[in-house]
Design a protein around this ligand. Structure first.
Ligand SMILES: Nc1nc2c(ncn2[C@@H]2O[C@H](COP(=O)(O)OP(=O)(O)OP(=O)(O)O)[C@@H](O)[C@H]2O)c(=O)[nH]1
Ligand SMILES: [Mg+2]
Length: 250
């Protein structure tokens, strides 16, 4: 995304909010690890990884002035804030809400981008599980929200054809499929879920293949639209058509 922005003569800055992140392909402009690291917390407090992560974020919230000071330097910029993958941070505790409220207060527009790995979606029941966790994060955060199916470069052209049904889902087809996998007694629940997905396009997924520039542009255009971001700051429409990323197997 950073590379793509550079190619398009746009500036995008990275913010790392993952206190366990080890290596970066692009150096973040702001890094939570300068404030606290998961490794130190686990060593010093004798916590496991999950408790340690929650501790790191409680510490961040207590030191919000550090974050505000750092992020204040980028108030006119486009920031990608990489957050840890543990779902508890978005669903069980109000920490991410505090962070998004702070960003709003300072004047940032925000879009939450929920990344679900294509490799996780082996079948329709896993896809439903992904939809439900994405939805629970969306309800909890109450900010504009996008779902992205990542790592599509690892999906073969054949699998890609099968996955297309998750990008423009047909509720009846999906619920029938899920019921075949899960047993008939889940049919009504599956149908209700499939209708939810159909009724609210916000719970559908945008495919992202990082090896395909059109695919990156497609996802970025949806984020721009949710943020109402543009060179001229005029409202823009996102790109409608999902790019054909299956042909790009190189
Ligand atoms: N092929 C491919 N590999 C990727 C992509 N994104 C990340 N990876 C690799 O997948 C592995 C795991 O990275 P991520 O999925 O970013 O996960 P993480 O940041 O380690 O973990 P969490 O943030 O805690 O979820 C690393 O080896 C990455 O290099 C992608 O789009 N395509
Ligand atoms: Mg990560």
């Amino acid at each position: 995304m950073v590379q793509h922005a550079q190619n398009a003569k746009r500036r995008v800055n990275l913010v790392n909010l993952d206190p366990a992140a080890e290596a970066f392909d692009y150096q973040p402009a702001i890094d939570i690890k300068e404030l606290i690291t998961l490794e130190d917390v686990m060593d010093e407090m004798d916590y496991g990884p999950n408790g340690g992560l929650v501790y790191c974020f409680e510490f961040l919230v207590e030191n919000m002035d550090w974050f505000e000071e750092q992020i204040g330097e980028y108030e006119d910029d486009y920031l990608i804030i990489d957050c840890p993958g543990q779902i508890e941070l978005y669903t069980h505790i109000p920490i991410m809400r505090e962070i998004t409220h702070t960003l709003h207060r300072i004047g940032f527009n925000i879009v939450g981008v929920y990344c679900l790995e294509s490799q996780f979606v082996e079948d329709t029941s896993k896809y439903f599980a992904g939809v439900m966790s994405a939805t629970s994060a969306m309800f909890n955060l109450e900010i504009p929200h996008l779902n992205v199916m990542t790592k599509m470069d690892l999906v073969s052209s054949e699998q890609q054809k099968l996955m297309d049904r998750y990008f423009d889902p047909d509720p009846l087809l999906l619920s029938d499929e899920a019921s075949k996998q899960m047993g008939q007694r889940y049919h009504d629940l599956n149908l209700a879920l499939a209708r939810l997905i159909d009724d609210f396009s916000m719970v559908s997924f945008l495919p992202l293949n990082i090896k395909d520039e059109d695919s990156i542009a497609y996802v970025l255009s949806h984020a721009d639209n949710a943020l109402q971001w543009g060179e001229d700051q005029e409202p823009k429409e996102p790109e409608d058509e999902i790019p054909d990323i299956a042909e790009n197997d190189d």
